[in-house]
Design a protein. Sequence first.
Length: 109
Amino acid sequence: MSAINVGGRVKVAYEAAGLTQRELSDLTEISQPTLSRIVVGDRVAKANELVDIARVTGIPLSQLTGSGAASRVFCAARATNGAQMTQMRDKLIEFADLNSYLDAQAIPA
């Protein structure tokens, strides 16, 4: 897990949530200079910081760390009836991440 890759995903997450770096800092209680260093890849984010960022932004932790299904999902079914491919892909990734989590916890589907 590269600090630069995680930092980029953190930036995408807070921007997608409509937050500034300062607002994310206030909501997570991670100092703004620390967040800035994480985003540019000068500092590795700690697990508890990533959990807080995921909680505040609504992005699954697995997506922030790059360990989720997103890296394995290349396409989804054809969009029809006004459905958006991006939304369909995001929903598919959520289900794939949940399935992986349940498997890891030895919880039968």
